[in-house]
Design a protein. Sequence first.
Lengths: 454, 334
Amino acid sequence: MARKLLLEHINVPDIHTFDVYRQKGGYRAVEKALKTLTPDEVVEEVKKSGLRGRGGAGFPTGMKWSFLAKPEGVARYLVCNADESEPGTFKDRYLMTHIPHALIEGMIVSSFALGAHTSYIYVRGEMMPQIRILERAIAEAKNAGFLGKNILGTGYDLELYVQPGGGAYICGEETALLESLEGKRGNPRIKPPFPAIAGLYGCPTVVNNVESIAATVPIINDGGDEYAKIGIGRSTGTKLISASGNLVRPGVYEIELGLPVEEFIYSDEWCGGIANGKRLKATVAGGSSVPVLPANLSLKLANGDPRLMSYESLSEGGFATGTMMGSGGFIAFDEDQCIVRNTWNFSRFYHHESCGQCSPCREGTGWMEKVLHRLEFGHGKMSDIDLLVDVSKKIEGNTICPLGDAAAWPVASAIRHFRDEFEWHVNEPVKSLDTNYGLANYAEPIAKAVSTEN
Amino acid sequence: MSDKVKVTIDGITVEVAPGTTILNAARQIGGDIVPPAMCYYSKLEGSGGKCRTCIVKVSKGSEKDPRPMPKLVASCRTTVMDGMEVQNITSPEVIEARSGVVEMLLINHPLDCPVCDQAGECDLQNLGYEHGLQKTRYEFERRTFERIDIGDKIQLHMNRCILCYRCVFTADQITNKRVHGILNRGDHSEISTYIQTAVDNDFSGNVIDVCPVGALTDKTFRFKNRVWFTKPIDAHRDCPTCSGKVTLWYKGEDVLRVTARKDIYGEVEEFICNTCRFDKKKTADWTIEHPTQISDTSVIASNHYDTLRPLPVIQDNARLQEANRVELEKTTKF
């Protein structure tokens, strides 16, 4: 049985209440950090742990914390990004629903490390039940003396607030989140300045994902070195994966980074294989923003080695043959799924969620969506495929925030790996409406797949 | 450490004050290497970074850290570092990305220049001439908006808008209350007011001048004339609310339009009040100064040559003069 750090007690009845959580060893990290460590030592532990941001970019959390500007007499803020809205990702919601205190405890430890006395949890507006759960958990923690003035008699003050989000995917981008938290329209800010210098209300701010913050609890409990032993290479620790799609047992899994993708999909301990005895056609390894991969490249690297669930292994081979860890939204497609339709669906999402601030993303996402719609519904032309590649190239890298890249990558990668399926949609406009292209050669052993691509 | 930093743009080195943006450093050099700016406006704080037409390549970050920047950057919002090397028109990558942005700006633009009052002094038109394609690759119905009436002085054509946010910043920073803003999201974002005919402020007319396209135009000038048939004259009056320094646009004896004075980048020198802009349309109201300098390349200059001045190359080359004889004669005749 693999090691669990975040979800260890997930099946304990009433773990969402303070008393049960405390009985199971909860809030030990707060006691340890506040009573025996200095803020800098906490940051040092997190640095040693090698924890990388769990929200998508995978930036080392300890490093992010050490960049925080600390001018005298200026407030610093910690903001927890719980605006989880990436299609295919639902791990944070799961964590907040079932063990809200893990997040609260992590918030206290992290705020202490950063010297923040007011911290915010920005929760996606649609997650109203989770907002109530968190507010209740905060009230419980406050009653027990873990929040408020003079926590545990150590003289450290912290107020924790939950803010319902504005209901937009873009508010999950850290600077848009800060704008929204300030009560403005959630448009991403132009960087620099980065939030570590001028964030919320112009003060130095750290924005972290729910899972990153919760992961500081086991790091403090067991020590950064101990945490770094789990995982593989620079991908340390455990990661929550939201598995969805045509799997026998979809759901949220906590894996040790470095688990082979093949084992994750087919092992009975994890997803248990593809549902209904079908075969795997493609995967999206890290939420809708990351490149989609055909089955052969999902399971194996281009050189034939097994692909592992880690930041490095998933991105091995760059965008030509690799993808990204992203936020851990693992979507599996079986042989009956249509990649064109799926790409159109993702594209429709980004078109709907673009904030409209910068031109390439505002106009380009809509354009891609319209072209893909045409392809999917039998009105496509052969030139549309290259047009899509060209439009995605013109969006990628030319926008204010990463939403432009996130919109461009799935389209570009789908065409890169599944061009013949797009061509089939053009050649068979009627047939493609009610039949599927099928598995084709997408699951064939890797050496052959690579040679046909070249 | 000296208080000036050195930056090289397309091979031309200039010394500028620290904190200057790449765009403003390029403007200090001037000429063709100045990136186009659709949303940045030097008089409006916080503007810029949105339209992405001013993107440039930073091929060397600074003297201390010579690594190039990984992506193209918006020159209007990126400050220069000592020793920075920037490529604008010398980089094919920048030109390609810029034409991509122009294409994006135009796919949903109505292209109704023949009936647009901004035609002739429109930044998007200029940009389109320079970078646009001959033919659109966009084969869908263009996006349109419900028309709304924002007031009796200013005409809003949302279909033409490129969402530069300049008018929002203007209303925030020049007037004492902003009543319009951006509604909705993505490609359905629009400049709007919740309550119609609500824009009514002494300085609200300035949104017309800052608008780079024909989305906000002067209702008192609407369909009166094409700008290239009018003749701009600088004039001033003693105005209690603003500087009173304006440009009058004459057609014959009549003042058709009053605007603020604009510099070579199309930015106003001083904002003017609505009284000067909309209500003082008689020559008697103004002290005339002199004809406004208009760039030779502008279409507005096209109807205003007094004497024929052949290009320098034609002037001293008899063979070229001979080759252009028909054209030269034609001009003399008119």
